[in-house]
Design a protein around this ligand. Structure first.
Ligand SMILES: *Cc1c(COP(=O)(O)O)cnc(C)c1O
Length: 429
C-alpha cells in the first residue's frame, strides 16, 4: 500500500522510517556522525556529482534528519523537504533560490512578529525587499506584484490567531502572475491545514512549535510541492539555468519535481549552513508521532476557553477564528476543517495595567515568548516583544496594549479556565 492511501495517524508514525538496516532498531536512531564513509572512490565521485543520492557530510544530509524530511513532506503532501536549524532559517532557505538583489516578495501584513522584522529589516542586507499587503484584499496583492516580484508569502492561520488566509484565492492570484506561493503553516500544522491542496507551492514550518510540541528544540522545514514550473518564465535562473558549481547542471531539468529540494540541500545547506542537527530531528520525530492527538486536544481546549472568555464580563473581546463571532469563522470549513488552532488574543478590561497584573497572577500558564507547547503559555506583547513600538505600530501588529496572547496547551480545560478566572479577578479589581 502506498503512503498516498494511508491515513494521517499512520503516516505521522511511519512515513520515512524503516527499521535500522544495520541493527534492526525499531525507533529511528540518532545518527550522531558528521561524516559517512564512501564505499569507494567511484561512489564518492557520484555523490559529489549529484549522480547518486547518499550521505557525505551532515551539513548537507544526515540519516536522522532525512527521516524527518520525508515524514513532513509526506504529511504536507509535498515532493520533498529540507530540514533547517530554525523556522526563520527555513524562511530564508525558501526564498534563497527565488530571490536576488533588487527582487521583492509580496507578504501578508498578518505575520509572526519575528517574520515582520526579518522581512522589513534583515532581508534588505541581501538586496531583497518585502511589500506588505492586506491579504483579504486580493486586488491589492495583484497590484503589489511587479516585474521584480519572485514570490508571495503568508501564514495559513496567522499568528497570533484570529485570522485565516483564504489560501485558494491567494494561490490563484500568485498563479496568474506566474509566481510561487509560500505558506508558513506553523500555527496550523498539516493536521489542521494542508496548504499544497489549496494551491501553495512551498510550505515552511517552525518545527520548534507544534511539530515537536513540547518546547525542547528549535528547527524548521521547507517543503516543496514539486508542482511549480521553474523554467517557464526565466525568472528563476538558480533552478532553470546551468549551475557552475556542479559542472553546468540544471536543477529543474535534472531533478524535475525534486529540483527545489535538491537545490536546497546541494546549494542552500552546503553554502548557507542553516542545518538541522540529528538530535533536534529526533525530538521532532518523537513529537510528530502524536501530532494528531495533541492538535485535537489543543483545538478542543481553545474552543472551550475562548467561549468562556468571550462570555466573561471582565473580558472585552476575544480574537479566535474558532468563535462564531469571528469574521474568519466561515473560512474554517474550507481551509482548516479540523479547527482554527489554539492561539488567540483577548482584551482585558482595565487595559495595559490589568494585562500586566493578569500575567503575574496566572499559576498554570507560563509567561514565555513561545507557542505550540503541550503546556499553556501566555504573553503580553505590548510590554515585552512589542515594547519598543509606538502604540499605533503595536495595534497594527495585533499587539494592542489591552490584549494578551495565549497558546492553549493540552492540560485539563477546566483547570486552565480556573487559572484564568482567579487571575482575572486579581487583575480586574
Ligand atoms: C516561531 C515562528 C517562526 C520562527 O520560527 P523559529 O523556529 O523560532 O525560528 C516563524 N513563523 C511562525 C508562525 C512562528 O510561530
Amino acid at each position: 500500500m502506498s503512503d498516498a492511501k494511508r491515513g494521517f495517524n499512520t503516516l505521522q508514525i511511519h512515513a520515512g522510517a524503516h527499521p535500522d538496516p544495520a541493527t534492526g532498531a525499531r525507533q529511528t536512531p540518532i545518527y550522531q556522525s558528521t561524516a559517512f564513509v564512501f564505499r569507494d572512490a567511484d561512489h564518492a565521485a557520484k555523490l559529489f556529482n549529484l549522480q547518486e543520492v547518499g550521505f557525505i557530510y551532515s551539513r548537507l544530509t544526515n540519516p536522522t534528519v532525512a527521516v524527518l524530511q520525508e515524514r513532513v513532506a509526506t504529511l504536507e503532501g509535498g515532493a520533498g523537504a529540507v530540514g533547517c536549524s530554525s523556522g526563520h532559517a527555513a524562511q530564508i532557505m525558501a526564498l534563497f533560490p527565488l530571490m536576488g538583489p533588487g527582487k521583492n516578495v509580496v507578504v501578508s501584513t498578518r505575520l509572526y512578529g519575528g517574520t515582520v522584522t526579518q522581512m522589513t529589516q534583515t532581508i534588505k542586507r541581501f538586496g531583497w525587499s518585502a511589500k506588505f499587503v492586506d491579504f483579504d484584499d486580493l486586488d491589492a496583492i495583484a497590484a503589489a506584484i511587479d516585474d521584480d516580484t519572485r514570490a508571495v508569502f503568508c501564514e495559513s492561520i496567522a499568528n497570533p490567531g484570529g485570522y485565516i488566509t483564504d489560501l485558494r484565492a491567494v494561490a490563484d492570484v500568485a498563479d496568474r502572475a506566474g509566481l510561487p506561493l509560500i505558506v508558513d503553516n506553523t500555527s496550523a500544522t498539516p493536521y489542521l491545514c494542508r496548504p499544497i491542496e489549496h494551491g501553495a507551492t512551498i510550505v515552511v514550518h517552525s518545527t520548534t512549535k507544534y511539530l515537536t510540541g513540547n518546547g525542547t528544540v528549535t528547527g524548521g522545514v521547507v517543503v516543496d510541492s514539486g508542482k511549480f514550473d521553474w523554467s517557464a518564465s526565466g525568472k528563476f535562473p538558480s533552478l532553470s539555468d546551468p549551475e557552475p558549481a556542479y559542472h553546468g547542471l540544471k536543477f529543474h531539468e535534472t531533478f524535475g519535481p525534486l529540483a527545489f529540494t535538491f537545490h536546497g540541500i546541494a546549494i542552500g545547506l552546503r553554502d548557507l549552513g542553516m542545518t538541522m542537527n540529528p538530535q533536534a530531528a529526533h525530538y521532532t520525530l518523537m513529537g510528530i508521532e502524536t501530532l494528531s492527538l495533541r492538535m485535537e486536544r489543543h483545538v478542543q481546549n481553545a474552543v472551550k476557553i475562548a467561549k468562556w472568555l468571550e462570555a466573561d464580563e471582565r473580558v472585552d473581546y476575544v480574537t479566535y477564528a474558532g468563535l462564531e463571532s469571528s469574521p474568519y469563522y466561515g473560512r474554517i470549513e474550507t481551509v482548516c476543517p479540523k479547527g482554527a488552532g489554539a492561539l488567540f488574543t483577548f482584551a482585558v478590561k482595565g487595559g495595559y495595567e490589568a494585562c500586566v497584573k493578569l500575567i503575574d497572577a496566572v499559576e498554570i500558564f507560563s509567561h514565555v515568548a513561545n507557542l505550540g507547547d503541550t503546556r499553556s503559555l501566555i504573553i503580553h506583547s505590548a510590554s515585552t516583544t512589542h515594547r519598543q513600538l509606538e502604540e499605533n505600530q503595536q495595534r497594527a501588529a495585533g499587539a494592542d496594549p489591552e490584549v494578551v496572547r495565549v497558546s492553549i496547551g493540552i492540560e485539563d480545560a477546566d483547570d486552565l479556565i480556573a487559572d484564568l478566572d482567579q487571575a482575572l479577578s486579581r487583575a480586574v479589581a
